[in-house]
Design a protein around this ligand. Structure first.
Ligand code: HEM
Length: 449
């Protein structure tokens, strides 16, 4: 029996719901939506009870609720706390959150985007040339290594070399264990003499932290200014004039790495899964690039990819601290509320023929604030959205200019969860062949924002 104070939802045992949510997130949500309507209550192993919202009216109220009524930071910290700690923007609430947002925003917007564009163009151009041709290749690991290098260089200000490679290795080693149920679900966090997954996670995290602390000390000793996030964080002082501690700096740096590589690699993977199956769209992109006249269709294609496969199945849960009425329901304190971008993006009353891939939708009507939600919304909207668009557009254009794509597996790729993001089940298995020159190529023009 469900709770009569909350919208109805599946009555399956908690463990079955948790497994469905973990292993088949899209299929599970679609079934719940079809059976219970645009809002339904889940009973999963990560407390508290969570209500999933997929009506744009509900979502507008949800995004705009006062921060002392719905608390996203508290909601996010339960799941991501072991990886990102207690000082990353995502786990902060109210004034602390807004102060941090103001500090970080300039590093992913405006002039900084131009600087980041140079980094993105360099890494993408170099990497794409190394990908094997004429055989099936899993693009997901390649894209992950590409996004990893970009975010680590943007955040830590490292140049290519052994230190960058070692940092990437240590970050990935602990991050991989951070998504396991033994880390995410608090009661499973047991060390038991050092043999459990949790104990292994703690060891790997300590190894990554050791190197990060060393980098912080080196940068402090050098006194080198820079345009990376670490350089900016090192200039900050607390109210009493003290510097940020190693732990505070580490949380923000690791948090940005967490937010900014796997999400992107997964989104890029879906993008190429689709491009290998949509020759009409590819031809339009190539034609636009050859004309050298803007990138409207390219942008619309990326927007349609983000609509078709938003890689975060939900927003972070917002914990209800004071009762709030949304869409005719009064949610009591103690409940978690989530929005589902996937369900909104596949609602036929909002997007006619939602399973058809058609970038033209966004040429006809720009994405709506509460109907196109790959970046979430309100005061928690993705801080890296412009940066992510830049990376997505650059990699799409570079690959399509150089390669023809065909699927490496017959039929569609199923969606599966990889840590926080939803990825293609076969790793975006694709065959790349060098594209013969058309003779109409436009001069290489970097995408700059
Ligand atoms: C395709 C790639 C990405 C997707 C789909 C994505 C998606 C999202 C979403 C949905 C949220 C809001 C979560 C919520 O409301 O609970 C968010 C927040 C955030 N994202 Fe992204 N993101 C991506 C890339 C990036 C990148 C590259 C960065 C790095 C700078 C980044 C940094 C952040 C930060 C810092 C927040 C928290 C904002 C806040 O709490 O004020 N994201 N992202």
């Amino acid at each position: 029996m469900g709770d009569p104070k909350l919208p109805p939802g599946p009555g399956m045992p908690k463990l079955v719901q948790t497994l469905a949510w973990q292993t088949r997130p899209i299929a599970f949500f679609k079934k719940c939506r079809a059976r219970y309507g645009p809002r339904f209550t889940l009973n999963i192993a990560v407390p508290p009870k969570q209500v999933v919202l997929s009506d744009p009216g509900d979502i507008a109220e949800f995004f705009n609720a006062p921060p002392d009524v719905l608390r996203p930071g508290e909601g996010a910290s339960g799941i991501t706390g072991p990886v990102v700690g207690t000082n990353f923007i995502v786990v902060l609430d109210e004034d602390d959150h807004m102060t941090r947002r103001k500090l970080l925003t300039p590093y992913f917007h405006g002039d900084s985007i131009k600087r980041l564009a140079a980094l993105v163009n360099e890494v993408v151009a170099r990497e794409v040339d190394t990908w094997p041709r004429n055989q099936p290749v899993q693009l997901y690991p390649k894209l992950r290594s590409l996004t990893l290098e970009i975010i680590v260089r943007a955040v830590f200000g490292l140049r290519p070399g052994p230190q960058l490679e070692e940092l990437k290795r240590r970050l990935i080693a602990f991050y991989e264990l951070g998504g396991s149920p033994f880390t995410v679900i608090a009661p499973f966090r047991r060390e038991l003499g050092g043999i459990t997954p949790w104990a292994r996670f703690l060891r790997r995290r300590a190894e990554a932290d050791e190197l990060i602390f060393q980098l912080i000390d080196e940068r402090r000793a050098e006194g080198r200014a820079g345009d990376d996030v670490l350089a900016m964080l090192l200039t900050l002082r607390n109210e009493d004039g003290s510097e940020w501690t190693h732990k505070e700096l580490r949380d923000e740096l690791v948090g940005l790495f967490t937010a900014g590589h796997e999400t992107l690699a997964s989104e890029m993977s879906w993008m190429f899964v689709k491009m290998a199956r949509e020759p009409r769209v590819v031809a339009n992109v190539i034609d636009e690039v050859a004309r050298g006249n803007g990138h409207e269709y390219l942008t619309a294609t990326v927007q349609e990819v983000l609509r078709w496969r938003p890689v975060l199945s939900t927003s972070a849960p917002r914990y209800v601290k004071k009762p709030i009425e949304i869409g005719g329901w009064t949610y009591p304190a103690g409940v978690g509320l989530l929005s589902s971008a996937y369900l909104v993006h596949h609602d036929p009353s909002i997007y006619p023929n939602p399973y058809e891939f058609r970038p033209e939708r966004f040429l006809e009507t720009p994405p709506g604030v509460y109907t196109w939600l790959p970046w979430g919304g309100g005061r928690r909207r993705c801080l890296g959205a412009r940066f992510a668009m830049l990376e997505l557009e650059t990699v799409l254009r570079t690959v399509l200019e150089r390669c023809e794509l065909t699927p490496g597996v017959p039929g569609p790729e199923v969606a599966r969860r990889q840590n926080i993001a939803i990825t293609p089940g076969a790793g975006a298995l694709t065959v790349l062949r060098d594209r013969p020159p058309t003779g109409k190529e436009a001069p290489a023009e970097a995408i700059s924002a």
